[in-house]
Design a protein around this ligand. Structure first.
Ligand code: ZN
Length: 424
């Protein structure tokens, strides 16, 4: 617009004023389409996108393609919804010369480059992140950033009164959800029903749902009985029992395994295989933070660290419980804890998480649903994202190979579209 001056600007403005609003339509034609609901994929499918939203999805010949549509031939490719990460984080370094907003936007762009088109942050500063979220919501999506929902800071408390006050203070910031931490919290009282119960109750009084960082089956039982909405990590101390499963199901609680979070705690004891994966090495943003993790002295420290080593059996337990809970019909949402400490790669780890979920015994279809429509449903944003259904945002991925055949085929990512616009 700044190049349009004088008569040019006047002409452009008047043209915009008199031109009838015309729908901008794109039709993706010929791909295998996975819609994110769990329904069987459509072969030789068509996805019609109008003004950034899904208009129609179906088999070629059964879906009307407007004559004005821009046609994109995706024969032989697979289309799936953009990935929804139900447990990510955004962070910024206050000592950096780069403004917080830029640091946060860079992370959303990184997620988007990997096809993670929605990030639900379960821990962030709650001021800059709320601002950026509002900025993204009030403007057409882009350029090339993942959509954002935020929890603000992870809350803890030493008493019920402090717990209620901190929940209310966070709600006042305008966050989308409340996140509390039991396991690893410096405040022992938060592990008592009197304190976490008060925080859960206060979140609901503020009309917000609440996600809990927990570890054990007993903690989980406690917070579920107190009304928690989302379990933000795996149960990692023992097999889930039928009573706990029944309680989780009866309360409609969603479960986010974050297997890669646990992997990241011990995997840098040596040099992980994934760092030579071309899908990892292609990303320039990973290079600087990776280097210190490959330092032999740092690796030796991880090897000698008892709590890091203790996570190995915990991860195996997490995988067993994911399978048990998924088989029992508990709603599963893919989440990773990326964006928390270094070594949890925003973008790449969402794909590794899906691979580990398949290793845990889930079918690729179950995992793809958990990473799209299922995650959106658990986070209650399924009216907007997660599935390729009419009216939803046109956030979709074009893959060279079908991830239903091998989940690692999500690495064949060729195109990312957000709100019907291609991410560069
Ligand atoms: Zn987290």
């Amino acid at each position: 617009m700044r190049f349009l001056t004088g008569l040019g600007l006047w002409a452009a403005l008047s043209l915009a004023a008199i031109a009838p609003a015309r729908a901008e339509t794109t039709a993706f034609i010929g791909a295998t389409v996975i819609d994110g609901t769990g329904r069987a994929s459509i072969s030789d499918g068509v996805v019609v996108v109008t003004d950034g939203k899904i208009a129609a999805v179906g088999t070629r010949g059964r879906v009307a393609i407007p004559a004005s549509a821009t046609r994109i031939d995706v024969k032989g490719k697979t289309i799936m919804p953009g990935i929804v990460n139900a447990h990510g984080h955004l962070f910024f370094d206050t000592r950096s010369a780069v403004p917080p907003r830029t640091q946060l936007a860079d992370q959303l762009a990184l997620y988007a480059r990997y096809g993670v088109t929605t990030v639900y942050s379960l821990g962030d500063d709650g001021v800059e992140t709320v601002k950026l979220r509002d900025e993204l919501r009030s403007a057409p999506y882009g350029p090339g950033m993942a959509r954002l929902w935020v929890s603000g800071p992870v809350l803890t408390a030493k008493s019920a009164e402090e717990g209620r006050a901190t929940v209310t203070a966070n709600a006042t910031r305008g966050v989308d959800i409340i996140k509390i931490r039991l396991e690893g919290s410096p405040d022992a009282p938060i592990r008592t029903p009197a304190v976490y119960g008060a925080m859960i109750d206060q979140a609901h009084l503020e009309k917000l749902r609440i996600a809990v960082h927990m570890f054990t089956a007993d903690e989980t039982r406690g917070v579920v009985d107190a009304g928690a909405d989302i379990l933000a990590h795996s149960i990692r101390d023992r097999d889930v029992d039928p009573i706990l499963i029944a309680a989780i199901k009866a309360n409609g609680v969603g479960y986010i395994p974050t297997l890669t979070r646990d992997l990241s705690v011990f995997v840098y004891e040596s040099t992980p295989d994934f760092i030579t994966d071309p899908f990892f090495t292609k990303e320039a943003a990973y290079r600087a933070p990776l280097a210190p993790l490959l330092d032999p002295a740092a690796q030796a420290r991880v090897k000698a660290n008892a709590s890091a080593q203790a996570i190995k059996p915990a991860l195996e337990q997490a995988k067993r419980n994911l399978k048990l809970l998924s088989d029992a019909g508990v709603p599963i949402a893919m989440g990773t804890d990326t964006g928390a400490p270094t070594g949890r790669w925003q973008g790449y780890f969402e794909h590794l998480e899906m691979e580990m979920m398949v290793e845990a015994g889930l079918t690729p279809m179950k995992v793809l649903v958990a990473a799209t429509g299922g995650a959106a449903k658990v986070m209650r944003i399924d009216d907007q994202v997660g599935t390729l259904r009419p009216g939803r945002q046109a956030d979709l991925l074009v893959l060279g190979a079908n991830p239903l055949k091998d989940i690692r085929n999500t690495h064949s990512l060729e195109q990312v579209w957000i709100a019907g616009r291609k991410v560069d």
